[in-house]
Design a protein. Structure first.
Length: 209
């Protein structure tokens, strides 16, 4: 069954509070988002399997641990998800990056697909799907469906702020997918924006307010 993980480390809570402030500009917003993504990355990769290898230290041989098993792929939902990629790549520089393009129809608030480009071996990787906001859950559900249609079996969804509506919808459609978020907010407003939220993440990242 799907599990909701709220990663409320004090540094994440502090940085998120700055991001929520409408006075925070795009430069600081982008930097904070990447910092939080990196901090959350420690938790989302906590259970990666390890295996033994023999290495030579400057003093002797030893049996050391290294990450084993499946390699990682980071897949942002365009465009706002791009703001979380760099932070995760700092942790795992060799991770491949795919892209899924979805936009929200302004009238129906439902996601519309316009782009999908994934690593050729995506089905053999642990996929971290990223999008700063989990609002209605529509984009996340569609992106997860697209990944599964391409053979992905090991997927985790990571966002910055989630609404109860999205947290309910994703497990209904994908009960095998765990959700990792820094905050669970109160609700969605009549325009399907998260309240209190932090506004339109894409606009704040790229300065297109």
């Amino acid at each position: 069954m799907s599990t909701l993980h709220i990663i409320d480390h004090p540094l994440i809570v502090h940085k998120l509070s700055i991001m929520r402030n409408k006075k925070t500009g795009s430069k600081d917003f982008r930097e904070l988002l990447n910092e939080i993504a990196m901090l959350m990355g420690y938790e989302i990769t906590r259970d990666l399997p390890l295996e033994d290898i023999v290495i030579d230290t400057p003093l002797t041989k030893m049996t050391a641990k290294t990450v084993s098993g499946k390699k990682l792929a980071i897949v942002p939902i365009l465009r706002a998800g791009l703001g979380m990629v760099e932070g995760l790549q700092r942790l795992v520089p060799v991770a491949k990056v795919g892209h899924i393009g979805l936009y929200r129809d302004p009238e129906t608030h439902t996601p519309v697909e316009y782009y999908c480009k994934l690593p050729s071996d995506i089905e053999n990787r642990i996929v971290i799907l990223v999008d700063p906001m989990l609002a209605t859950g529509g984009s996340a559900v569609d992106a997860l469906t697209m990944l599964k249609a391409r053979g992905c079996e090991h997927i985790r969804f990571m966002c910055l702020v989630a609404a109860p509506e999205g947290v309910k919808k994703v497990p209904e459609a994908h009960p095998d997918i765990d959700i990792y978020t820094a905050a669970l907010d109160e609700c969605l407003n009549e325009h399907a924006y998260i309240v209190p939220g932090l506004g339109d993440a894409g606009d704040r990242i790229f300065g297109t307010l």
